[in-house]
Design a protein around this ligand. Structure first.
Ligand code: CA
Ligand code: CA
Length: 100
């Protein structure tokens, strides 16, 4: 039965809107709990997404990449968009240090 459940999960992943970012897997040193804590601290109205105002309050410097992070352009950063940007950052950092 377990195999069936895993298969369903994989199917769900592959058909989600996030499928394009499947290459962006969480890095080995990604701390989900720390990310969650930061996310909840930043999402001050608790609606499950980060508005421009919330991001400005949490990290004014991150505003520069708001539009880039908001890949579906709805004016809010979803947890998925935030993670995708974060994982991309990890990946860039890794390849940058590999070139040293
Ligand atoms: Ca919010
Ligand atoms: Ca968005």
């Amino acid at each position: 039965m377990k195999i069936v459940v895993v298969g369903l999960l994989l199917t769900d992943l592959a058909t989600s809107a996030f499928a394009n970012d499947l290459a962006l897997k969480p890095p080995a040193d990604f701390d989900e709990a720390a990310w969650q804590a930061e996310w909840e601290a930043g999402d001050t109205d608790g609606d499950g997404r980060l508005s421009r105002e919330e991001l400005r309050a949490a990290n004014p410097r991150a505003l520069e990449i708001f539009d880039k992070t908001d890949t579906d352009g709805d004016g809010y950063i979803s947890p998925e968009e935030d993670k995708a940007a974060l994982f991309q950052w990890y990946k860039d950092r890794q390849s940058a240090s590999a070139e040293d």
